[in-house]
Design a binder for this molecule. Sequence first.
Ligand SMILES: Cc1cc2nc3c(=O)[nH]c(=O)nc-3n(C[C@H](O)[C@H](O)[C@H](O)COP(=O)(O)OP(=O)(O)OC[C@H]3O[C@@H](n4cnc5c(N)ncnc54)[C@H](O)[C@@H]3O)c2cc1C
Length: 494
Amino acid sequence: MAKTGAEHLKSLQDGRVVYLNGKLVDDVTTHPAYRNAVGAAASLYDFQAHPDNIDWMTFESPTSGGRVNRCWQLTKSYEELVARRRAIEGWSRLSGGWLGRSPDHIASSMVGQVMGLPVFEKHSKERAGALMDYFQYARDNDIYMTYVIINPQADRSKSVSEHDDEFLATGVVDEDAEGITVRGAKMLGTGSIMANEVLFANIQPLRPGEEKYAISFAIPMNTKGLKVMSRRSYEESATSSFDYPLSSRYDENDALVYCDDVKVPWERVFIYKDTEAARGQFQDTYAHYMQNYQAMTRLMIKMQFQVGVARRMCETIGTIGIPSVAEKLGHMAAQAAMVEGLVYGMESGGGMFNGYYVPDRNLMYTAQVLTQQLYPEFITSMRELAGGGLIMLPSSAEDFADPDLNRYINATQKSAIGSAEEKVKFMKLAWDCIGSEFASRHTQYEMFYAGAQFVTRSHAMRTYDWDRSAELVDSILDKYSLSDTIGGDKIAAE
Ligand SMILES: Cc1cc2nc3c(=O)[nH]c(=O)nc-3n(C[C@H](O)[C@H](O)[C@H](O)COP(=O)(O)OP(=O)(O)OC[C@H]3O[C@@H](n4cnc5c(N)ncnc54)[C@H](O)[C@@H]3O)c2cc1C
């Protein structure tokens, strides 16, 4: 049997400390700020446990023998990588790609870390052993993980150790025979309210002397001293599913995470005070590539969804037959298909890494660089296609309940393809995709979840096959020379 939604919901009633609107949240599974998003997360597990889906969504854990999601699979061939991606797609489809940090994101990162175990072994055999034991535990229990790998944005002109508060970012306060004590914050943990455990790490560059921040560990969300400071909930402010179909269901939330002297046992510590290992954890293993390959697979589904919304919008307002509108839609369809092509390219262009079959990392960074620019452009295109119809809408579903208003709505909300109710229903969905606070947060997410542009572009620069390009340039340069030109034949033959 695979993990079910009910099991996941029960696991979240664990006494975790989550703050919202100045209060402590009792139970994230029932709180009006989170319950639907938590329910959406739980439904992922019900989907995988369903008899129709269990074979393609899960595989047999080599350690427990139980069925767990394929996101935990250490792929050994192209076919396994594709089968694993189909499971990622399966989950992603359930929300139209709007759950960015479904459990397969950090599981993919963990898989990538285990694929690069030698990086941890070089750091410390003991810490590498802790990582492997933890991975098996997380896989065998199909644990929902989140991660916090970026230090709080405070004053980016200063390095992490230059701030007045030594423990602005999470760092080591103390150690003893049982483990380490950590204090300080990490910038954002998406999905913290609905995850079982959180991985702490430091992906940003560290200088010599900043070893106390060069740590990585995983702890349950209910660990003593761990505080989750939730951002505003869009689910809570959504007036109804009819008015905010996405905000009310898929607001996975993001939270600043603070360690108020949290004790972490040694068996949960994977990197300890080693700046080179902290860097290598993401870039020398396959963590960064696997986690963002998952993200691109999810974005592929979201782009398919968004282009569907764009087309329906043009059908609704009767502009679909206008040549320039159709041309714009064709361009958007090509942009959506490009993401799909890049995902398939990552897979077919992949290769072996420490005995595992992995996606092509440069194509993954290519996709990131292009899509963090493409997504806001795509949203602007959708706004251009929409006009004011997205705003010319009844204030809420309640308006339909009043007989007079209902008559006026039917008289005014005309559409090229359906009833007033159908138009309002669809236009409210479209607004939640491109204009609501939820939609706006998603644009910020797609622009930043994998790092600012200067970061992803530097990765693209680092991983591109420059030798291949240099060889091509040299192959032409080698065909002629100044001495040949001056000495005789001015145009060298091929
Ligand atoms: C919705 C959302 C969800 C997120 N979820 C998570 C999560 O679950 N886990 C997690 O760990 N992180 C998460 N993040 C954080 C994310 O990883 C960071 O936002 C990202 O790495 C960029 O870091 P930053 O926000 O500190 O921006 P900064 O690094 O401060 O950059 C901001 C801007 O400043 C400029 N800039 C700064 N430094 C330079 C430089 N050296 N060179 C050139 N320009 C520069 C650029 O214009 C840049 O775009 C999330 C972010 C968002 C928006």
